[in-house]
Design a protein around this ligand. Structure first.
Ligand code: PLP
Length: 379
């Protein structure tokens, strides 16, 4: 059978390729996956089980259960100073991934230029390409702590783009942006009449400054789609639940794509998410504390080894410089000789070249062992 050109032109995920090698080996410590090692809070799991016991196995409303949309609306208004109407400004999706895909398909016309702050999560470029748009990478730099600046936006010609995709706290660098820094990006976006897709899936995972959403700046709510979900902060990756927030006409357009592809997000997961928002905040606080301990440990160990590593303050990644020129060769040799898996930074865009993504969503004991093995490898 013929495979569509737009699919053939997308290479397989660089992360998966690497993990296929790791899966064949014994005694591998993986610092490669972007997935919490924690289990979803018990109350959320119990709510999912109870919903099944009660026979809640039907579709929900296309946009998601009303109660859940209300709870999401309440949460973002108290925590992030954003106000969205549960009736027509929130769409519950099968993970933030589905939300992003639906947004690209609903908002991007063939030939539209979509600027993507990179290094970035691996789905944005394929998502834009599948929608017929043209990705425009905007390379952030270690010297700016991988933040997006108006200088970079201008230098990459984003003034003439149609859309800007940004992700802070960032995967893969762990970078965050302060309110002042985000305000400058917001000014640029307003001035050049851009639409923004803000992937805020790591919003709850910052260590120091709280997260500021770009949608909170004047005139930005009208032109931004905010994405969030339960995979990271609530350790619910397998339940596949996320949400998008935007003005009514945008949510309505996204819902048109969503209703013909997903129909509604998984019902059982929606019950779990509802309970997560209602009663699981203390677990999120505890997980964040543990991530922060691990982050400090990993940063201090890289520093002891003489490896340059910028101080990541969000998500659960650090992004050290690779001690070898060839990052693929380094990652492969480290995996083969010491059984430690990490991801070469170029997988996240050319601007990630020369770095490695190290996930600390792994227990402290395993991290200790992994760092000792990296030290032995370098020694
Ligand atoms: N956005 C970013 C930045 C991510 O890192 C990930 C997963 O790694 C996702 C979205 C996907 O999230 P979900 O599990 O909600 O689809």
């Amino acid at each position: 059978m013929k495979i569509a050109d737009r699919v053939q032109q997308i290479p397989p995920s660089g992360i998966r390729k690497f993990f296929e090698i790791a899966e064949e080996m014994d005694d591998v410590i993986s610092l490669g996956v972007g997935e919490p090692d924690f289990t979803a809070p018990w109350a959320a799991r119990e709510a999912a089980i109870d919903s099944l016991k009660a026979g809640k196995t039907s579709y929900t409303a296309n946009r998601g259960m009303r109660e859940l949309r209300e709870e999401i609306s309440k949460r973002v208004s108290t925590q992030y100073d954003l106000s969205y109407d549960p009736d027509d400004e929130i769409l519950v999706t099968a993970g933030a991934s589905e939300g992003l895909d639906v947004a690209f398909r609903a908002l991007v016309d063939p030939g539209d230029v979509v600027a993507i702050a990179q290094p970035s999560y691996i789905s944005y470029v394929p998502g834009v390409t599948f929608a017929g748009g043209e990705p425009l990478p905007v390379a952030t730099r270690e010297e700016d702590d991988f933040k997006l600046t108006t200088e970079l936006l201008s230098a990459h010609g984003v003034a003439d783009a149609d859309m800007l995709v940004l992700c802070y706290p960032n995967n893969p660098t762990g970078a965050i942006m302060t309110a002042e820094e985000m305000a400058e990006v917001a000014d640029f976006v307003r001035e050049h009449d851009l639409t923004v897709l803000a992937d805020e899936i790591y919003a709850d995972l910052t260590y120091g400054d709280d997260h500021t959403s770009i949608a909170t700046f004047e005139g930005l709510r009208e032109r931004t789609v905010v994405f969030n979900g339960f995979s990271k902060a609530y350790a619910m990756t397998g339940l596949r639940l996320g949400y998008a927030m935007a003005p009514p006409q945008v949510i309505s357009a996204m819902n048109r794509v969503h209703q013909y592809t997903m129909l509604s997000a998984p019902t059982t997961a929606q019950y779990a998410a509802l309970e997560a928002l209602r009663s699981c905040d203390s677990e999120v606080v505890e997980m964040r504390k543990q991530y922060n301990r691990r982050r400090q440990f990993v940063l201090s160990r890289f520093s002891e080894m003489g490896i340059d590593c910028f101080e990541a303050k969000g998500a659960f990644y650090v992004f050290p410089e690779c001690p070898w020129d060839d990052t693929d060769a380094f990652a492969e040799a480290l995996l083969e000789e010491q059984g430690v898996a990490l991801v070469p930074g170029h997988v996240f865009g050319d601007s990630g070249e020369g770095h490695l993504r190290v996930s600390y969503a792994t227990g402290l004991n395993e991290l200790r062992e992994a760092m000792a093995r990296i030290e032995a490898f370098l020694g």
